[in-house]
Design a protein around this ligand. Structure first.
Ligand code: PHE
Length: 352
């Protein structure tokens, strides 16, 4: 953990150990150039605490780019509750309350929302301890699930990718493989099915994939077959780093467009995909629907207004694909230049 912190380009990590549950808590704050840090809270078991810390750091960095990409005055942060095993009932609630207390003590330097392993209901519980939480309506106490908004952004982003790769944004007859049918993958599958895609589902929890596949009358593949199954679009919608040195040579798709955070194990994986002729939709752009929705719904925007704004991702991604196409490079680079321009101009304004 020492070397991870030493080598990190981010601002700081707040770390503590929850004795009651044996959970390591990490709040990683990557870059606050644009504003105070905001990002989801992930609850997951990791092989070691260092793996949880690494995840928090990588996710926080992704949030910096995500806020810059969608033009919000917020900074990159993320927290990880590295639980020893799945927690339920009072143990889980106790952990969330103590974690909420830690967030409260930061007085707005970091605000959270749901992420993999946490729910809008969890946000309501944490909301009893701190104001710096998104994902539920404080007045009514009802959950505001960002999942369907993230799914919508991913769906319109896929349209842009299909148009770039095949000359038409039409889903009819296109095979889309969705890996991970949780809070985002499931609504995304429904949108793709409605649009006429030929769906293939896959989930580490096979029963979950099977259940949705039966409802939508589509096929599933086992987790081992996810990379090798031929498809037009591979949509990583679960954990990160599924695009790596080992998986990329196996891929049998033309497009990678999914909603998972940190899909690339390392930046060169973008070039590896490009070298194989696979179009990559940069994760923090295509999956920014939830990040767009949470602050705006909190400010009183209607669901329709928020959806309209998220539909604009189609043009953003089209612009990224066109720029990278002209330069003969991965869209990863065009997206990075776009966010670096935003961050750089803010740094300059500050310097003056
Ligand atoms: N966890 C989701 C994401 O990474 C949604 C979220 C966005 C949660 C912003 C909190 C803050 O986009």
């Amino acid at each position: 953990m020492q070397s991870l912190i030493q080598q990190w380009s981010g601002e700081c990590v707040i770390t503590t150990f929850d004795h009651e549950t044996g959970t390591w808590i990490f709040i990683a704050i990557h870059d606050t150039t644009l504003g105070p840090a905001m990002g989801g809270c992930r609850m997951k078991s990791y092989p070691s605490p260092a793996d949880g810390l690494r995840d928090a750091m990588r996710l926080a960095e992704g949030m910096t780019y995500k806020w810059a990409a969608i033009g919000f005055d917020l900074g990159g942060g993320k927290s990880v509750l590295a639980v020893p095993a799945a927690l339920e009932g009072e143990a889980r609630r106790g952990l969330l309350r103590r974690y909420g207390g830690l967030v409260a003590s930061l007085r707005g330097a970091y605000a959270l929302g749901p992420d993999l392993g946490t729910t809008p209901e969890d946000m309501a519980l944490i909301g009893g301890v701190t104001d710096h939480v998104h994902g539920y309506d404080r007045r009514t106490g009802t959950a505001l699930d960002p999942g369907p908004y993230t799914a919508l952004g991913t769906f319109v982003g896929m349209r842009a990718a299909l148009a770039h790769a095949f000359g038409s944004p039409d889903f009819a007859g296109r095979a889309v493989l969705i890996e991970g049918v949780g809070d985002v993958g499931a609504p995304l599958a429904r949108l793709c099915a409605e649009a006429g895609a030929t769906l293939v589902l896959c989930d580490a929890r096979e029963g979950r994939a099977q259940h949705l596949a039966t409802e939508l009358a589509v096929r599933t593949v086992p987790a081992e077959a996810v990379y090798t199954t031929p498809c037009d679009v591979y949509a990583p919608c679960a954990v990160g780093a599924t695009l790596n040195e080992r998986s990329i040579p196996l891929l049998a798709c033309r497009v990678v467009a999914g909603c998972a955070n940190n899909q690339l194990a390392e930046p060169v994986d973008a070039d590896r995909l490009h070298a194989r002729g696979i179009l990559y939709a940069p994760d923090y752009v295509i999956n920014a629907g939830g990040a767009t929705a949470l602050p705006l719904l909190g400010q009183g925007w209607s669901a329709d207004e928020v959806r309209e704004r998220i539909r604009g991702f189609e043009d953003t991604l089209t612009g990224i694909f066109e720029e990278s196409g002209e330069r003969g490079e991965s869209p990863y680079h065009a997206a990075r230049r776009m966010v670096e321009r935003v961050l750089e101009s803010r740094r300059e304004e500050r310097g003056r």
